[in-house]
Design a protein around this ligand. Sequence first.
Ligand code: NAD
Length: 309
Amino acid sequence: MAVATPTTLDGRTLSRSVLDECRSRGELLTERFGVIPHLAVVLVGDDSASAVYVRAKERACRRAGIRSTVVRLPATSSTEAVSDAVTSLAADEGVHGIIVQLPLPTGIDPATTLAHIPADKDADGFHRHNVGSLFLGQSVYPPCTPEGVMRLLDNADIELEGANVVIVGASNIVGKPMAVMALRREATVTVCHARTRDLSAHTRQADIVICAAGHVGLITGDMVKHGAVVIDVGINRLPDGRVTGDVDYDSVAAKASHISPVPGGVGPMTVAVLIANTVRAAERSVGLPSPRPDAEGTEFSTVSSAQGS
Ligand code: NAD
């Protein structure tokens, strides 16, 4: 069975609607409380890819009508200096979301600096409290990339319940939280990684493949079944400067029912969720109840709330 043309999971268009919704929520906050949501980004060194990502975040803030500040530090900064910058942003009541742009230059310990971001300003959703909340189905600040993937799937009405979801990549920021989110939606989840013995034996069984390995051309058409949904999280820079994902687009698109492109798929959604998390933090700072991203119950959440956890 050939699937003629797959549906493109267009993160660019969807991210604009997320940012427009953020703008409305921000305007309401400003009207009622005089608060403008504010994202602070700590950028250390002069890595060109990081500079590109930070500019994309600033653009998204402008689109959503929220404030952004970039604190620039030299690559020679110590871990303490970066941590101090984060600590002073944490103490600033006018700042609602803080991120440290990764990767940090060699010699600066990311875990130490990230630990200075308080859980209620953790726009990236990396804080251990927020990671634990996600695990328990009580997430307030979901990690941006997996939440962006969920929004792409939901927007296309792709059902996760009962689906075989194969995630390639098991990092703390993408693969693992992605697995928790898919499990929470009652998918049957397999997580593969660099030591997985026969990757294609897993991916061929998948209704939904989500690849976040950072390996050009890792997923090819022969590794997916007809009609599969394929989400490409990978961002790889080719020698000629172009950006590509982990999925061999043409061969996979010939079989998939839905596919996310790179660029223009998960990337813009990641940024949009970052802004949404910042707006949520601003809402919570004035005591406004904001809907939790995982507020809709599933069997898992019913069990956990019945146990009072
Ligand atoms: P990471 O290096 O922390 O983790 C990579 C994971 O992939 C590991 O679990 C590793 O075991 C697995 N892996 C590597 N090679 C593999 C192979 N050949 N077969 C199977 N598994 C393999 O990376 P990360 O931070 O999770 O990022 C992964 C990719 O996603 C990168 O390309 C990164 O740039 C991209 N990324 C994109 C976004 C976005 O917004 N689109 C956000 C974060 C990361």
